[in-house]
Design a protein around this ligand. Sequence first.
Ligand code: SF4
Length: 291
Amino acid sequence: MLQQTQVKTVIPYFYNFTKKYKNLKSLSQCNEKDILKLWEGLGYYRRARNLLASAKKIVKDHKSELPRTLEKIKELPGVGDYTGNALLGLVHNKPTIALDGNVKRVFSRNLNKDANKIDFVKLIKYNEKYLFNTDRNDDFVEALMEFGALVCRPKDPKCLTCCLNKTCKYFKSSNKIKSSNKKMIKNKNYDIFCYINKNKQIALTKKNQVSFLKNFSLPTVKESRTIPVNKNWKFLKNYKNSISNLKLNINLYYKFSKKIPIDYKWHSLANNKEFIPTFTKKIFSQVSTLF
Ligand code: SF4
């Protein structure tokens, strides 16, 4: 849940989630609709799907125990080097480092060297006897991430009270490196075409190729082009929507219609018990203003 999402946003979701799924077994037995409903509003729904798929795989292939090697752990859906190393340290107390942006910044500042010029894997290997001089690797993995987030923070690091300041080259140097931790924001323009009917329903399809909501039901979503939109579609509204590092500029069009193309299904604009992503809910609320 914490990947790409702030702690304060995650907390209520985490409590609800762990209240419902108390252990790996109960999680592995749930269905995708239930888990997505609990995740509703948190975004990045692929994380929820991967979590469920991983739980099922661990129960089925690993006798309900998290694998103990990076190679095996990375076979779980959605688990790469970062998550794999974090889990090996946190769960199995293995000597690992989860290299996120915070941790890279700590190393790069200690060396006063641009993070892009550091081979972190080599650096860790070369220094492992110093780094892993503890039997509390689980705490060490966590502490290093927290240290980067709270002490050696991106802006205004707490150098004067930092326990590493005696050896830190950044602190001592008069020519300090700059940390480049900025997210690249991408601007995208989309046209969204909504079939609606007099029963306050909207037609949705899973046929869209929208990278941030793959396999979800949506109206027709197309990247805006310079050619004019067919006159059968009425313009409803322009609005903005941000999703992670994407800034979306959306033109919403609609058409009242009894018939819809194959692969589309009618959905109520108001009474939805099933999971609806926030992006789609915003479309629903705009279209609802027509009634
Ligand atoms: S002295 Fe400053 S720059 Fe160096 S590790 Fe501590 S907080 Fe980071």
